[in-house]
Design a protein around this ligand. Sequence first.
Ligand code: PLP
Length: 418
Amino acid sequence: MAGRNFLFVPGPTNVPDRILRAMHRAMEDHRSSAFPELATGLFRDLKRLFKTTSGQPFIFPASGTGAWEAAFTNTLSPGDRLLCPRYGQFGHLWIEVAKKHGLRVDVLDVEWGEGAPVDRIAEILTADPQHEIKGLMIVHNETSTGVTSDLAAVRRAVDVAKHPALLYVDAVSSIASIDFRMDEWKVDLAVTGSQKGLMLPAGLGILCASPRALAAREQAKCTRAFFDLGEMIKSNAAGYFPYTPAVLLLYGLQESLAMLFEEGLENVFARHQRLGEGVRAAVRAWGLKLCAKAPQWYSDTVSAIMVPDGVNGADVIDIAFRRYDLALGAGLGRMAGKLFRIGHMGDLNELMLLGALAGAEMAMRDAGIKVAPGSGVAAAAEYYRSTTAPLAPKTGALAPEAQPPAAGGKPSRAKVAT
Ligand code: PLP
C-alpha cells in the first residue's frame, strides 16, 4: 500500500526520524573507555525524566514485563503480601507475575473503567497494623481501559494509613507522556518500557528504585539472576553493564531524552492532554462512550472506545488495518471485542491524529456502526483549531509569486526578502 502505515496502537509508538538516525550506526564496544559517557548521561537524564534526585534508574535489555519482575525479585521474598487494585488487563498480568514468584497478592477488584480506589486502599492499609502488606501495586495508566489513576491521592492514602508498604508503580504507558513525580509521590519502584512515550522500539525495560527499595534488597530472598540489581549497581557505577547492553537502543534513548527535554516535559504533558481531549471530542460526536467511566479517569495517552452491542470491536480493528492501513489497539482480556483503542502517545501531532480518527470513522461505518460521516473528525479538528497556540511572528516573507495582490491589482514585491 502506498503512503505510511498509521500506527495508532498504544505502544509501540511512532519512532521519530531523529531517533531512527541516532540508532543508525555501527555496533561498538560496550567495554571501551568511551562507553561510560553514554551510560552515565542516560542515568542522569532518566532521573530527570522520573523527577527524582534520590532514586536510581536501571536499564535492562528487556521490556516492561522484565522491569516488573526486576521490581519484585529485588525487593521481596516468597510469601510476602502485596495489595493490588485490579482495574484492567495490565494490572491482572502484573499480579500473575507476582504470583509466579511466590508472592501473595490481595487483589482488590475494581470495575474496569475506573482507577485506583484511594479510600479503599487507605481503609485496607489502616486495617493492617502489623504491616503484613509489604507493597502496594498501582498501574498509573491502565492501557487496556484508557484509565489514569491519581498517584498523588494514592500516596496520600498510604500516608493517612501511616503504612510503610513500598509503592510499586507501573508507569509503562505514562512515563514521558503524563506527569510522573517519583520523589514527590514517594514512589519506590517505577517501571517503564522503551516503546511508548519514549518513542523507541521495544527492547528496554527501565526501572527506577528509591533508596528504600534499594535497602529492601538486603532482605529480599526472591530468586534473581538476570535482573539482579546488585550486579547492575556494581557495573553501572563505572558506567558499564554486567552483560551486553542494547547499545543502539541506548543511543536512541539518548536522542529521545534530548527531544523530550528540548520540548520541555511540561509541554510534552500539555501536548498529550490536548491531543487526548481532541480524541474525546470525536468520541462524543460519534455518540459513543469511552471505557473510562468519568473524566477523572480519562487517559491522555490512550482512549478505549466502546462499540455498540452487536458489533465486534475486532472487526473495526481488522477493517481499519486491511482497508485503510491504520493500526488500532484491540480490546484485551475481558474487554476483547467490546472496544477498540486509539493510542495517542509519543511522537504525534494534531493532523496525524485527525488521520487516525478519519480511518477509525470509516472502519466503524464499514463495520456497521452508525456514526455520522466526518462527525468525529470535525469535532476534533475544531477543538484543535480553536485551542491552538497563537501564531509566532513570521520569520521570513512569502515567495514573490505567493504574495497576495496589492489593492491596486499587481502583486506587491515591496516586502519580499531576496
Ligand atoms: N504495563 C502496561 C500498563 C502496559 O501497557 C504494558 C504493555 O503494553 C505492559 C505493562 C507490558 O509491557 P511490555 O509489553 O513492554 O512487556
